[in-house]
Design a protein around this ligand. Sequence first.
Ligand code: THU
Length: 130
Amino acid sequence: MTLLDAARKVRDNAYAPYSRFKVGAALRTASGAVFSGCNVENAAYPEGTCAEAGAIAAMAAAGEREIAEIAVIADCPEPVPPCGGCRQKIAEFARPEVKVTLATLDGAERVMSVAELLPGAFLPAHLERG
Ligand code: THU
Protein backbone atom coordinates (compact mmCIF):
# COMPACT_ATOMS: atom_id res chain seq x y z
CA MET A 1 0.00 0.00 0.00
CA THR A 2 1.39 3.44 -0.90
CA LEU A 3 1.44 6.29 1.58
CA LEU A 4 -1.34 7.94 -0.40
CA ASP A 5 -3.42 4.75 -0.23
CA ALA A 6 -2.98 4.75 3.56
CA ALA A 7 -4.07 8.41 3.71
CA ARG A 8 -7.11 7.69 1.51
CA LYS A 9 -8.08 4.76 3.71
CA VAL A 10 -7.80 6.58 7.05
CA ARG A 11 -9.73 9.53 5.60
CA ASP A 12 -12.82 7.29 5.64
CA ASN A 13 -12.65 7.39 9.44
CA ALA A 14 -12.49 11.19 9.68
CA TYR A 15 -14.99 12.68 12.12
CA ALA A 16 -16.05 15.87 10.39
CA PRO A 17 -19.77 16.42 11.07
CA TYR A 18 -19.37 20.22 11.20
CA SER A 19 -17.21 21.06 8.19
CA ARG A 20 -18.08 17.86 6.28
CA PHE A 21 -14.50 18.12 5.01
CA LYS A 22 -12.76 14.81 5.62
CA VAL A 23 -8.97 14.69 5.55
CA GLY A 24 -6.55 11.77 5.76
CA ALA A 25 -2.80 11.88 6.37
CA ALA A 26 -0.18 9.16 6.42
CA LEU A 27 3.52 9.40 7.13
CA ARG A 28 6.45 7.06 6.89
CA THR A 29 9.22 7.31 9.46
CA ALA A 30 12.94 6.76 9.04
CA SER A 31 12.42 3.20 10.37
CA GLY A 32 9.87 2.46 7.62
CA ALA A 33 6.83 2.38 9.89
CA VAL A 34 3.64 4.05 8.63
CA PHE A 35 1.35 6.11 10.88
CA SER A 36 -1.92 7.63 9.80
CA GLY A 37 -4.46 10.09 11.12
CA CYS A 38 -7.73 11.78 10.22
CA ASN A 39 -9.32 15.03 11.32
CA VAL A 40 -11.46 14.76 14.44
CA GLU A 41 -13.81 17.70 14.95
CA ASN A 42 -15.63 18.80 18.10
CA ALA A 43 -18.86 20.60 18.95
CA ALA A 44 -16.57 23.16 20.58
CA TYR A 45 -15.11 23.95 17.15
CA PRO A 46 -11.57 25.08 18.07
CA GLU A 47 -10.99 21.74 19.83
CA GLY A 48 -10.99 19.85 16.55
CA THR A 49 -7.73 18.36 15.35
CA CYS A 50 -6.29 18.00 11.86
CA ALA A 51 -5.41 14.76 10.09
CA GLU A 52 -1.69 15.61 10.07
CA ALA A 53 -1.75 16.22 13.84
CA GLY A 54 -3.33 12.79 14.34
CA ALA A 55 -0.68 11.03 12.27
CA ILE A 56 2.11 12.89 14.08
CA ALA A 57 0.60 12.07 17.49
CA ALA A 58 0.46 8.35 16.55
CA MET A 59 4.10 8.52 15.45
CA ALA A 60 5.24 10.21 18.66
CA ALA A 61 3.21 7.80 20.81
CA ALA A 62 5.06 4.92 19.16
CA GLY A 63 8.34 6.55 20.17
CA GLU A 64 9.31 7.68 16.66
CA ARG A 65 10.54 11.15 15.85
CA GLU A 66 11.66 11.33 12.20
CA ILE A 67 9.23 11.81 9.31
CA ALA A 68 10.75 10.52 6.04
CA GLU A 69 7.71 11.25 3.86
CA ILE A 70 4.11 12.40 4.35
CA ALA A 71 0.93 12.41 2.24
CA VAL A 72 -2.34 14.26 2.79
CA ILE A 73 -5.61 13.80 0.90
CA ALA A 74 -9.03 15.45 0.83
CA ASP A 75 -11.97 15.89 -1.52
CA CYS A 76 -10.83 19.26 -2.78
CA PRO A 77 -10.79 21.15 -6.11
CA GLU A 78 -7.00 21.16 -5.87
CA PRO A 79 -4.48 19.21 -3.77
CA VAL A 80 -5.25 20.06 -0.17
CA PRO A 81 -2.84 22.62 1.34
CA PRO A 82 -2.03 21.82 4.99
CA CYS A 83 -3.03 24.57 7.43
CA GLY A 84 -0.35 26.75 8.97
CA GLY A 85 -0.37 24.90 12.27
CA CYS A 86 0.15 21.57 10.53
CA ARG A 87 3.03 22.98 8.49
CA GLN A 88 4.70 23.89 11.77
CA LYS A 89 3.95 20.46 13.27
CA ILE A 90 5.40 18.68 10.22
CA ALA A 91 8.53 20.87 10.24
CA GLU A 92 9.23 19.86 13.85
CA PHE A 93 9.81 16.24 12.79
CA ALA A 94 10.87 16.42 9.13
CA ARG A 95 14.00 17.71 7.44
CA PRO A 96 13.48 20.61 4.99
CA GLU A 97 13.90 18.34 1.93
CA VAL A 98 11.28 15.79 3.02
CA LYS A 99 8.65 15.08 0.37
CA VAL A 100 5.06 16.12 1.09
CA THR A 101 2.42 14.77 -1.31
CA LEU A 102 -0.84 16.71 -1.39
CA ALA A 103 -3.72 15.05 -3.18
CA THR A 104 -7.38 15.11 -4.14
CA LEU A 105 -9.77 12.16 -4.27
CA ASP A 106 -9.99 12.77 -8.04
CA GLY A 107 -6.32 11.88 -8.47
CA ALA A 108 -4.65 15.30 -8.67
CA GLU A 109 -1.33 15.43 -6.84
CA ARG A 110 1.13 18.12 -5.89
CA VAL A 111 4.53 17.31 -4.45
CA MET A 112 6.30 19.87 -2.28
CA SER A 113 9.16 19.85 0.20
CA VAL A 114 8.76 20.77 3.84
CA ALA A 115 10.89 23.88 3.18
CA GLU A 116 8.52 24.95 0.40
CA LEU A 117 5.54 24.43 2.70
CA LEU A 118 7.03 26.49 5.50
CA PRO A 119 9.93 28.71 4.50
CA GLY A 120 11.79 30.26 7.40
CA ALA A 121 10.32 27.82 9.90
CA PHE A 122 10.83 28.37 13.60
CA LEU A 123 12.65 25.19 14.63
CA PRO A 124 14.01 23.57 17.82
CA ALA A 125 17.47 25.01 17.03
CA HIS A 126 16.08 28.52 17.48
CA LEU A 127 15.52 27.78 21.15
CA GLU A 128 19.23 27.32 21.71
CA ARG A 129 21.33 30.19 23.01
CA GLY A 130 25.00 30.97 22.88
N1 THU B 1 -8.02 19.97 8.00
C1 THU B 1 -7.10 18.97 8.16
O1 THU B 1 -7.35 17.96 8.83
N2 THU B 1 -5.90 19.13 7.56
C2 THU B 1 -5.59 20.15 6.73
O2 THU B 1 -4.47 20.18 6.23
C3 THU B 1 -6.57 21.19 6.41
C4 THU B 1 -7.78 21.18 7.27
C5 THU B 1 -9.33 19.79 8.63
C6 THU B 1 -9.61 20.64 9.83
C7 THU B 1 -11.13 20.65 9.84
O3 THU B 1 -11.59 19.49 10.53
C8 THU B 1 -11.50 20.54 8.39
O4 THU B 1 -10.34 20.09 7.71
C9 THU B 1 -11.98 21.84 7.76
O5 THU B 1 -11.08 22.87 8.00
